[in-house]
Design a protein around this ligand. Structure first.
Ligand code: GN1
Ligand code: MG
Length: 372
């Protein structure tokens, strides 16, 4: 057995006889494993064991304090509605020394969660109804955290969705051109530069007090929802590392960016990458039917725009990382970040064309639900 696995087996309290581990390849940031155990009665028990990326998350202890507070709050809410907290929320299992994490001999920062049984996640959407159910899960997540004390949360990544500072970071990457890749991606750089004004829109509204900060998830990728194997309902929202003060629009927009596409985030054939209005409509309906009543009129006004803005944001982050030499996102091959950036920018262009229909979709749903 691997020495690190042995070290982790000693660091946390696990039930049963260890049978092996498997890797989960979903995220671009952390390293995630499932540890499998056999119980004395013959049953199985699994745990999610994850190495936090401390290059990305510079304050891991404060992050775990956020996660502890938020998971405890969600657990109470799940119990109050008669749900099963073992499957409907994450639970942090402390290390043997009582801390909510374990620092390995090699310096790695590890934590252990419950493994959500009889559940699956989606990497792409084929049926709009599935996306509508993801929307309900994220909308409900926001509702459940509406009364969480926002000031108790540490900003785990400062300016995470501040598109003005994201744009400035991007320009810095272009100007530094550390690995000499800028010349070959001039068209993509120009595309982003031409949209500088968009980057200031939501930030300006926050500054003028026109949009409220809420406790938001901030990384609402489709694969951050676990769906029940039997009902296919979204039962649990995972990946809580970026739960912090944010805009509801960030959560809405980021979901659309990833899910309202006909192809994977890293599809190399751009002809396959299309923005899907039916997927968008399903998400709007699921989101507004769960948290729409809490949203202000201004927030609802900005939903369609936020989808485009969050897509542009991640597009410039991928392209910026490509220019920086792939230091942030995990990549599987040299042009991976460029391929990802191109899908995002293609989606931005498609959303710009579809904006009138997107606005109409939001307006229709708003009217049907009788919202602000
Ligand atoms: C990262 O960890 P993961 O894969 O859920 C990133 C998100 C990006 C996303 C793009 C902490 O999310 O912000 O939108 O990749 N998370 C962080 O797929 O940077
Ligand atoms: Mg993540």
């Amino acid at each position: 057995m691997d020495a690190l696995v042995r070290e982790l087996l000693n660091a946390f309290t696990f039930e049963g006889e260890f049978e092996g581990e498997s890797r989960v390849n979903d995220g671009h940031i952390n390293d995630t494993f499932v540890f499998h155990f056999r119980l004395p009665d013959g049953g199985e028990r699994s745990y999610l064991v994850q190495k936090l990326n401390t290059y990305v998350f510079r304050q891991p202890e404060a992050l775990m304090q956020n996660v502890l507070g938020v998971t405890a709050h969600l657990r109470k809410a799940v119990l109050a509605r008669g749900g099963d907290p073992a499957r409907e929320c994450l639970c942090v299992y402390p290390a043997k020394d009582g801390k909510p994490y374990y620092i390995a001999a090699d310096g790695g920062f590890w934590r252990c969660y419950n493994y959500i049984t009889d559940a699956h996640s989606y990497q792409t959407i084929e049926d709009p109804a599935v996306f509508g159910r993801a929307a309900k899960a994220f909308g409900t997540f926001q509702e459940l955290l509406a009364d969480y004390p926002i000031d108790s949360l540490t900003e785990t990544i400062p300016n995470f969705h501040n598109t003005v500072s994201r744009f400035a970071d991007f320009i810095r990457a272009v100007e530094e051109d550390r690995v000499g890749r800028a010349a070959e991606v001039q068209a993509e750089i120009d595309f982003v530069r031409a949209r500088e004004a968009d980057c200031g829109v939501l930030v300006g509204m926050i500054d003028r007090g026109e949009l409220p900060l809420r406790v938001t998830h901030n990384d609402t990728k489709l694969n951050n929802v676990m769906f029940d194997n039997t009902t296919d309902e979204g039962i649990c929202v995972v990946d809580l590392d970026t739960v912090m003060p944010g805009l509801s629009l960030y959560d809405f927009g980021d979901s659309i960016r990833f899910g309202a596409s006909t192809a994977a985030e890293d599809e190399p054939d751009l002809d396959k990458v299309r923005f899907s209005l039916p997927y968008f409509a399903a998400y709007v309906d699921g989101f507004l039917s769960t948290c729409g009543r809490s949203l202000t009129a201004k927030e609802i006004d900005c939903l369609a725009f936020s989808a485009k803005l969050m897509t542009l944001e991640v597009g410039m982050r991928f392209l910026g990382d490509y220019l920086n030499g792939d230091v942030y996102f995990k990549t599987a091959y040299p042009a991976h970040n460029l391929v990802r950036a191109r899908t995002q920018l293609k989606l931005v262009a498609e959303m710009e064309r579809a904006m009138p229909e997107m606005e109409r979709t939001v307006a229709d749903c708003r009217k049907a639900l009788g919202l602000a």
